[in-house]
Structure formats: C-alpha cells, structure tokens
Design a binder for this molecule. Structure first.
Ligand code: HEC
Length: 142
C-alpha cells in the first residue's frame, strides 16, 4: 500500500473515532432512569444512617458513580441548554455526586451525610430555572 493511502486511512480513522456518541436517552429518560434513582439511593442511605456494611457501601459507590457521570452527560453537546447557568447547575450535581463517591471510597459516613444538602439543592437549583412549569410541585429529589 502507498504511504499516502496509509496516511489517509489514519486520518479517516481518527475522524471517525472523534465523532461523539449519539445520545440514547432523552433529557426526561436521563432524569427518570438514571439521575433520580441514583440520587434517591444515596439520599435514602443517608437518611437511614449511612451504609452498614461493605455491600451497602459498594452499592452506594455505584450509585454515586452513575450519578456523577450522568451529571457529566447533562453538559454534553446537544444536551446542555446553554453554556452558562445550565453548566453551572450540572456541575453542582456532579460535585455533590463526586463527594458521595469519595465518601463511599473512604467509607466515611460523616462525609457522606454532608452531601445530602448540596445534592438535594443541585436538583432544585436547575429545576427552578429550567423546569418552571413543574416547579415546585415536582421539583427537587423528593
Ligand atoms: C442541569 C439541570 C438539571 C439538574 C442538575 C437536574 N435536573 Fe432534573 N430535570 C431537568 C430538566 C430540564 C427536566 C425536564 C425534562 C423534560 O421533561 O424534558 C428535568 C426533569 C426531571 C424529572 C421529571 C421527569 C418527568 O418529566 O417525568 C425528575 C424526576 C428529575 N428531573 C429529577 C432530578 C433529580 C433527582 C435531580 C438531582 C439529583 C435533578 N433532576 C437534577 C434538569 C435538571
């Protein structure tokens, strides 16, 4: 094969590899199937006094990780409603979830409990701005 062809193939492969993945979930599905259940698991665990054993900590770690990465999905091109407050609000959620993940890794009940308030507030902050028709009836995580 001629080197020129090889270079073209390499360039084409790079271009294809950089094509962003097509989103599967709508915003609503992301909320209902990923973000709400994951945040609910975390808040419930906190309200029940924190995970009791390794299995419960592992479950919490998984929920925190899905929540943190789901928050990142909110900022993806095509999903972010704008590049200002939306990104800030998604970051509030990402930070709270990352805090829960860190606490789960350290099995630190106190650090985990401290996440409840900012986590709950992150939902409300975004819903107030971007879901005004529904808020406050279904706002927040409860
Ligand atoms: C960055 C913005 C943002 C954040 C953060 C956010 N949401 Fe949402 N949420 C939305 C938007 C926008 C909708 C409306 C989606 C639609 O109907 O298209 C929504 C809708 C929902 C719905 C209702 C879906 C329906 O219509 O039935 C639930 C439940 C929900 N969010 C839960 C949460 C929870 C729990 C959190 C926090 C852990 C959260 N959301 C954080 C933007 C956000």
């Amino acid at each position: 094969m001629k080197p020129a062809w090889l270079i073209l193939i390499v360039i084409a492969t790079c271009l294809i590899a950089q094509e962003p993945a097509q989103p599967t979930a709508t915003m609503k599905q992301l909320m209902v199937d990923l973000i709400h259940p994951a945040s609910n698991d975390i808040l419930l665990a906190i309200y029940r006094g924190g995970p009791k054993d390794d299995r419960e900590w592992a479950a919490l770690r998984r929920s925190a990780l899905s929540l943190a990465e789901s928050a990142n999905l909110l900022t993806a091109r095509g999903r972010a409603r704008d590049q200002g407050n939306w990104i800030k609000d998604a970051k509030l959620l990402a930070d709270a979830a990352a805090g829960a993940y860190k606490a789960a890794q350290a099995k630190d009940g106190k650090a985990l409990a401290a996440v409840a308030e900012p986590l709950d507030a992150s939902c409300t902050t975004c819903h107030k701005q971007y879901r005004p028709d529904v808020f406050p009836r279904e706002g927040g995580s409860q």
